[in-house]
Ligand binder design. Structure first.
Ligand SMILES: NC(=O)c1ccc[n+]([C@@H]2O[C@H](COP(=O)([O-])OP(=O)(O)OC[C@H]3O[C@@H](n4cnc5c(N)ncnc54)[C@H](O)[C@@H]3O)[C@@H](O)[C@H]2O)c1
Length: 348
């Protein structure tokens, strides 16, 4: 295959800000079809990208000339859309969270194997330049083992991001299943697994709804804040703070790793994406590309990575199992918070 033809399901914020421009800009890929039930939205987008518009994704899967599908609709539809697309013989890049239950995620992985088509999950945090740099530094070994960590991801909420604002699926339980946990928690569970190079094995904490309101003024039926404690297989322990009520006007997506021989700060300084302070007083300042924020979109690299995997017939960088493992940390955290205890994350 010389050029990957993409069909994008869901023409919302993530498709408009990342997937469509990134597939259009990559010389090895193109957008041939877009599906979204909102007719005006999909018609305008299709015109902009020279693609065919569909209001029914099933029709798109049947009729459109596509090799690969991006699933970027509401969380609850990820599993059925992905499985249908795989059965239709398409490679699938599915947004995070890959599914809303463990069983669905397992079915998606099985469908990918049965169809012999790629499945990649849009957990793009690990592709952001500061996180790539941090992983390289950790792997070089000078910092030694990670002892403890703090990671956070906070912004004012998806009502300021979604194309449908506060009326969107993000605030509906039957469409989203999870609140900030499924949105920002999944990203950070994946990032910590990636940086530590090992699994999170125990998790617990507070998962609460503090402030977010539905358009009718009632609290959203989903979580908007979580303070979690995690432990990795090596014994490293840390915290994850995620929030949709960070009304301070800037996005906080930072991580601090406290290691045997020093401390690494990631994504916390506007100029230096990674700062390392060694125990002997030495400081390393790394100027690397930025982490994308809701206000400032930089290419996520996810389409480039998936396109490359399809063309070179190699395993996607962030495959279904990675998606499952990150999701499982968060699903277990939700159960642990309900039960009021620390819970083991099953690797089965
Ligand atoms: N990887 C990331 O960094 C990142 C960032 C934001 C969102 N996301 C994920 O992307 C997905 C979409 O989020 P968003 O921010 O674009 O939301 P959004 O509300 O802006 O857009 C969702 C779109 O899906 C459409 N849609 C609803 N039902 C559909 C159906 N049956 N078929 C086709 N389209 C349908 C809606 O009309 C809307 O246009 C979510 O799963 C979200 O978690 C990922």
């Amino acid at each position: 295959m010389k050029i990957v033809k993409y069909g994008v399901i869901g023409g919302g914020a993530i498709a408009q800000r990342r997937h469509l421009p990134e597939a259009h800009d990559n010389p090895l890929s193109t957008v041939t079809a877009i599906a979204d039930p909102v007719k005006q939205r999909v018609t305008e987008l299709a015109e902009q990208y020279g693609a065919e518009a569909y209001t029914d994704y099933k029709k798109m899967l049947k009729e459109a000339d596509v090799d690969a599908v991006v699933v970027a609709g509401p969380n609850k539809l990820h599993a059925p859309m992905t499985i249908e697309a795989l059965k239709a013989g398409k490679h699938v890049l599915c947004e995070k969270p890959m599914a809303t239950t463990r069983a669905e995620a397992k079915k998606m992985i099985a469908a990918s194997k049965a169809a012999r088509k790629h499945l990649m999950i849009g957990m793009n945090q690990r592709l952001m330049p500061p996180h790539v740099k941090a992983k390289q530094i950790l792997d070089q070994g000078a910092l030694g083992k990670v002892l403890t960590f703090e990671t956070s991801f906070k912004h004012p909420g998806p009502d300021g991001w979604s194309v449908d604002g506060a009326k969107s699926w993000f605030f509906k339980k039957d469409a989203a299943a999870m609140g900030v946990t499924g949105d920002l928690g999944i990203h950070k569970a994946d990032l910590m697994r990636f940086l530590l190079g090992e699994e999170i094995t125990r998790v617990g904490g507070f998962i609460v709804t503090r402030d977010k309101k539905q358009p009718n003024g009632k609290p959203i039926p989903l979580d908007d804040n979580a303070f979690l404690t995690l432990q990795a297989a090596s014994g490293a322990v840390g915290t994850m703070n995620i929030s949709w009520t960070h009304y301070g006007g800037y996005e906080d997506n930072g991580t601090i790793l406290y290691c045997e021989n020093g401390v690494m700060r990631i994504g916390l300084d506007p100029e230096y994406g990674v700062i390392v302070n060694y125990g002997d007083g030495q400081e390393e300042l790394h100027k690397v590309g930025e982490v994308a924020t809701n206000e400032k979109q930089v290419a996520s690299g996810i389409i480039d990575s998936f396109t490359d995997a399809i063309i070179h017939r190699r395993k996607p960088e962030i495959d279904g199992l990675e998606g499952y493992r990150a999701m499982n940390v968060i699903v277990t955290a939700v159960e642990a918070a309900k039960e009021g205890r620390i819970k083991k994350v099953s690797l089965a």
